[in-house]
Design a protein around this ligand. Sequence first.
Ligand code: ZN
Length: 527
Amino acid sequence: MKPMVQALRAHLPRLLRFRPMVLALSIGLAAVTSLAPSQSAAQLPALGDGSSLGAAEERSIGERIARLIYADPDYLDDPVLADYVEGVWAPLLAAAKLRGELPPELEDRFAWQIMLLRDRSINAFALPGGYLGLNLGLIGAVSQRDELASVLAHELSHVTQRHIARMFERQDQQAPLLLGALLLGAAAMSRNPEMANAILVGGQAVAAQQQLNFTRDMEREADRVGLGLMGQAGYQPEAFVRMFERLQQSARLNDDGSFPYLRSHPLTTERLAEMRARLSERANPGAEPPTDMTQMLMAARARVLAKPGADALRRWAQEPRDPAFATQSAPRRAAALYAAALAQQALGDASAAERMAADLVPLVSDDAQASRWVRLLRAELALNAGRPDVALAVLRLGGPQQRESLPRPERLLVAEAEIQRGQPERAASTLQTWLATHPKDGLAWHWLAQAWRKQGWTAQAVRAEGEQRWARLDLTGALDRFRAAQALLAQAPKTPANDIEAAIVDSRVRQTQAALKEELQRERPSR
Ligand SMILES: [Zn+2]
């Protein structure tokens, strides 16, 4: 790959993180079309007639953007944080359905996928097609689950209210056409680096302007609908106002550009007053928020995983040794120890990390969810120290029935431990049970590839690598791996297992080719 292309691959997702990206991209493309006359309008894809963007078309645009984000080194599939965020998100989605905000067509068509990004700035954003981006910086800045829920509720409402599609309609009729073409341009950049460079320049210029956005009416609507979802989902609606007030306050104290969320969501006094007015109809507007140990631990995790730099890591690692530490409340000490343990591990002191994690246990003992995070942390640290037996012991797996229904973070750690213990066949079975119902879990496919390789099942391992790429929407990469598996099987001895695998691989090659062809047809002009 050419360096310029690599640079673009690295930068484009970052540009896409800005909420005004839809417009930024279309304007970015305008620069491209003028620089690259060969990309005439006739070659641009037809994405509707510009009057409205259908759910399927919006999903397809979203997938192209999601594919770029999956390929970004800052994209992070951390099973623990993903499990936590999913647990906050699911009740909101259910509430949207119950309140009739989520039409069945959108529910089926859209991805409803939250993508975590190792970015310290405080931001969350809705992308086309039901993809949501959430920066670790935002998780790390929040001390209450309900506050995190309020940001997700607001973003979810942008999606259910079709604000992205409506934004296209508000723009000139070229907008959907241009966005589609830009994304094609991103896909085609390896074939035309000059064009890729033009996109980069155009996109940066516009992203810097920062004033393109959802309209004020759309923001109000997302506030109103989001606030409704909060109560329905069992969250404290007051957290909604508290969250936005807190953001505004922190941004005032710290105006260093680390609050892109506020750039896209300017909090007018009017907007906050409206939210407070809605809340005053409720029984308990000024309720003091309870301490939320679970969120505090997850915030600590998010801060350490967000690439904080060596100085911050050293500071967090030392914090439990500070004289002031003992005077803190138990939840604060727990959060500090959690961050310190992860920071010690990142700094390479595995045994200090494990000691601190062990110190955490009594602090969280009367909080079941916090205790689970601590078990997961201890298992993770033990595995990184090469001690799979300790990892399995701290996870307290219970009987066969409990093992059948292990949640994702536990299951992936168990599989990793089984691989480390030299039991790859057990790991494969742990993962296959999961993948039977979660076939799009790229990380599970990654571990299954390791397990199969350890068993000497090379063709199967290569196919699993293809499945991992498929799960991350990288169809070309998937096809490459599936074909490699096909070639290996063609030379393998004839056994029943190999015959079954060959049939699976053949069908995956055909499916991937069909999907790629369909994608290409969508890119081609319809007239
Ligand atoms: Zn908004």
